[in-house]
Design a protein around this ligand. Structure first.
Ligand SMILES: NC(=O)c1ccc[n+]([C@@H]2O[C@H](COP(=O)([O-])OP(=O)(O)OC[C@H]3O[C@@H](n4cnc5c(N)ncnc54)[C@H](OP(=O)(O)O)[C@@H]3O)[C@@H](O)[C@H]2O)c1
Length: 283
């Protein structure tokens, strides 16, 4: 049995699909009881557990040999992951595949890297087998502004430099491999897409795919933070996002990792294909 936390989320949902396609026994976890039926309809077990509820976390992990642990970017995410790791250990889970972020380590200088590192170190010290899945920016983030791109023909860029965007489905596919094949214990899997794109490149791809002119417009750090908070993000988390974005102009988010193709034996998904598959959202 493999328990998937965040099973309705950006990486968890495709992970459930990939694991089921591989024939794995999956228990999908949601905090929202109204999502249980849709999860069960995929052909897996489905249970509710909130990251704040230790007893429910233990029940969600009970009988599982492995778990996928991801939380949303949230001020409490360190405590939530800590609770899930404790619960996994308490009921005898053997291996935790945990999603963190590229560059997370005890030496990380950025807030997100430090936050993720705390849980990485905790998991290492837990005695459980561990694998860290460390992605860069998700291509799916572009969907956050799909409506305004469709309406105004403007891609708002808060990065100001190139990013090696990764398709979250590739994160899921790599996590699925780590959860079903041997040899991924104690591995740190840094994950990027195959190409780095800056705002003008993305606007050009959006224009080509939609057949409409899409231009890019820079978003200042203050504007980006205000937009994230307007979308419900907490102040400190939005500040950490802005801090992360601030290293893009220096080229620090443009490095390409070959992990996706190394693990999966096929190329990482391309941004052009992602935009094409989601064309309807952008028009
Ligand atoms: N987006 C990026 O570009 C990016 C880049 C690098 C790293 N990351 C990291 O990736 C992680 C986010 O991954 P993701 O996008 O796959 O996650 P996500 O979609 O944001 O969230 C996963 C799921 O967590 C569940 N959830 C929310 N609150 C919960 C609670 N209190 N208890 C239990 N479950 C709860 C939600 O599902 P239910 O409503 O069904 O409970 C949600 O679908 C973050 O740690 C972030 O730092 C993101």
């Amino acid at each position: 049995m493999i328990t998937v936390f965040g099973a309705t989320g950006t990486t968890g949902a495709p992970l459930v699909d990939t694991l089921l396609a591989k024939g794995a026994n999956v228990r999908a976890v949601t905090s929202d009881p109204t999502k249980l039926d849709a999860l069960k309809a995929k052909g897996c077990e489905a249970v509710t557990a909130n990251f704040t509820d230790t007893a429910a976390l233990e029940q969600a992990c009970d009988g599982a040999e492995k778990i996928y642990l991801v939380t949303p970017a949230h001020l409490d995410m360190r405590q939530w992951k800590a609770n899930a790791i404790e619960a996994a250990k308490a009921v005898g889970v053997r291996h935790v595949v945990m999603a963190t972020g590229l560059g997370a380590s005890p030496k990380a200088g950025l807030t997100f890297g430090k936050w993720h590192s705390e849980n990485q170190e905790q998991l290492k010290e837990s005695g459980l087998d561990w694998t860290f899945v460390q992605p860069t920016y998700f291509m799916q983030n572009l969907l956050w502004q799909a409506d305004s791109i469709a309406k105004d023909g403007v891609y708002h860029d808060d990065l100001g430099g190139p990013v090696a965007w990764i398709d979250a489905r590739d994160i899921a596919d790599v996590a699925a491999e780590a959860l079903t094949a041997p040899g991924y214990e104690s591995k740190v899997l840094g994950l990027t897409g195959p190409e780095a794109f800056a705002a003008d490149d993305i606007a050009a791809i959006l224009s080509e795919v939609t057949g409409r002119t899409v231009t890019s417009a820079p978003l200042s750090a203050d504007e980006a933070k205000a937009a994230m908070m307007a979308g419900g993000m907490q102040d400190e988390v939005a500040a950490a996002m802005v801090e992360l974005a601030s290293i893009a102009p220096k080229g620090y988010l443009a490095g390409i990792e070959t992990t996706v193709s190394d693990v999966l034996g096929r190329p990482a998904r391309r941004l052009h294909d992602f935009v094409s598959e989601n064309r309807d959202a952008f028009v």
